[in-house]
Design a protein around this ligand. Sequence first.
Ligand SMILES: NC(=O)c1ccc[n+]([C@@H]2O[C@H](COP(=O)([O-])OP(=O)(O)OC[C@H]3O[C@@H](n4cnc5c(N)ncnc54)[C@H](O)[C@@H]3O)[C@@H](O)[C@H]2O)c1
Length: 258
Amino acid sequence: MTFASRFQDKNIIVTGGASGIGRATVIRLVSEGGTVLAVDRNADGLRETLELANSVADYGGGARSVLASITDEIEVRHVVQDFVREQGGLDVLVNMAGILRSTHTTETSFEDFMLILQINLGGTFLFCREALPFLLESQGNIVNAASTSAFFGHAYMAAYSASKGGVAALTQALSREYLNRGVRVNAVAPGGIGTPMVVAQAQAFPEGTDFSLYAHLTRPDRQLGEPQDVAAAIAMLACEDGAFINGAILRIDGGTHG
Ligand SMILES: NC(=O)c1ccc[n+]([C@@H]2O[C@H](COP(=O)([O-])OP(=O)(O)OC[C@H]3O[C@@H](n4cnc5c(N)ncnc54)[C@H](O)[C@@H]3O)[C@@H](O)[C@H]2O)c1
C-alpha cells in the first residue's frame, strides 16, 4: 500500500516507539514523509523499529531514536530540546509509551499503583509540557494514548484504568487551554489491539480472575485489531485531515465497547 505525503517536512516525536502501536506509528509517519524521533527505554526494540521504518521511508522522511525514560523530567526536557535544536522545530507529539499490569485491587501495593500513574499519566504530562512551547510556535498538535479502560472499566486494572482516565482528562483540559492558541490535543482510546502488551497480558491475569467480566469487551470471534489500525487513526488526527478535530478521544476497538 502507498500512502500520501501528509507529513513531509514535519518533525515528530513518538514515545513508546520500540513496540506495538508506537512502532506502527513511527513506520506510518515516516512512510508519509515525516522526520520522526522514536523515544523508548527498550534499545533493541528501537533498533528494530528504525530498520523497519527506514526501509519504507518516503517523501524525504526518516526515523531516528533516543533511549530515554518518559518519567525522567530532565531526560524528557533534553530529548525535546535536542530534537528541536537539530530539526529547527517540532510539529507533532505522539505519546504512546505506557505499561499495563493487572492485579486484584486488594493486593495492589500503593507503590505499584503510583508507578502506573507515574508512567502512563506522568510521562504523558511531562512530554506535553516540554513540547507545548515548540508546538505553539509551529501551531502543531498532540495525540495521546488513552484506552477503552478509561471509560468502560476493566476488571483487575484499576490503576491502569485510572491512569488512562487521567490521560483522557489531561487531553481534554489541554485542548481547552490551547483552543485559542492554535495547538490541537487529541487522544486515541484503543481496545484489544494485538501488541506485545496485550499478548503478555493474556497470560498475566491474577489467580482467581473471573473472565466472564471480559465477555462483553471481547469480539465474539476474539479477533484483535492490528497496531497499524491505530497508527492510521493517529496519522489522521495528527495531519491536516484532522484540522477541525480537537479534544477528541477516538475509540478504536472494532466496536467491542459500543
Ligand atoms: N494494545 C492495546 O490494545 C491498547 C489498548 C489501550 C491502550 N493502549 C495504550 O497504547 C499505548 C501503546 O501500547 P502497546 O499495546 O503498543 O504496548 P507495547 O508494550 O507494545 O509498547 C509500549 C512501549 O512503551 C515503552 N515504555 C513503557 N514505559 C516506558 C518508560 N517509562 N519510558 C520509555 N518507554 C516506555 C515500552 O518499552 C514499549 O516499547 C500504551 O500507552 C497503551 O497503554 C494499548
